[in-house]
Design a protein. Structure first.
Length: 239
């Protein structure tokens, strides 16, 4: 079976400092794969490089194609989308207009865009209620919903999610990750970077631990959640 995403021997440097060193990971269509690790481990850098936002060495193979020569927009057109940690919403624009921007690559298909809006509003009823509000008036949870909804407007096959729980209350985190898990029902696979290791492992099928720019262990998410070292370091338990 051809993997949906393969990252091979990836290196990313900021000047002379290598933030990601020789990272490799694989995921199949329909999977939720998480990357956990401490602050500064290189998790966000890994996603940004995979999405084409940072220069890197190594291979990023998506759906059997090496995407090195594809720019960000071309990757999005192929269904390879990033939802960044900062969410990057346009605060002075309405919820509806932010969503429409997500469909930029399909802008010539008005019927498809209209259907996409209806589907996003059905998945996120709160966004439907606030469709005429400016994005900068939304709560943290609503902004994360808007960032997810905007990405879904591009009809992704693979979503790279960077810290979707950042700054959110625990109950909202649970709702957001439940929504993330439900995206598999519409054919979306997820590569999830998440500081909340417990929530990430409860959501994912498979996990990688990234420390100091390198993968230090990997395995089924349930197995990692019971690994003594992972428990002691990231889950607040005792080895």
């Amino acid at each position: 079976m051809t993997a949906l995403l393969e990252i091979k021997d990836l290196h990313v440097a900021y000047g002379k400092v290598e933030a990601v060193r020789g990272v490799g990971l694989t995921m199949q269509a329909g999977q939720i794969v998480t990357v956990i690790g401490p602050n500064g481990a290189g998790k966000t850098t890994l996603l940004a490089a995979a999405a084409g936002l940072l220069r890197s060495r190594g291979q990023v193979i998506y759906d059997g194609i090496d995407v090195e020569r594809l720019d960000v927009e071309e990757r999005v057109e192929r269904g390879f989308c990033l939802v960044p940690e900062t969410r990057e919403l346009f605060g002075e624009m309405t919820v509806a207009d932010n969503l429409l921007l997500g469909a930029y690559t399909r802008r010539r298909n008005g019927t498809d865009i209209k259907q996409g809006l209806q589907e996003v509003y059905a998945r996120f009823p709160r966004l439907a209620e606030r469709r005429r509000q400016k994005a900068n008036t939304l709560s943290g949870g609503e902004r994360q919903m808007l960032a997810l909804g905007r990405a879904l407007m591009a009809r992704p096959r693979l979503l790279l999610l960077d810290e979707p729980s950042l700054g959110l209350a625990p109950l909202i985190v649970r709702d957001i990750l439940r929504i993330v898990a439900s995206l598999r029902e519409i054919g979306v696979s997820i590569l999830l970077v998440e500081q909340n290791a417990r929530a990430a492992l409860e959501t994912a099928d498979y996990g990688y631990v990234l420390e100091m720019g390198e993968i230090t262990c990997e395995g089924a998410a349930n197995a990692l959640a019971h690994d003594p070292r992972v428990v002691a370091t990231y889950l607040g338990g005792s080895a």
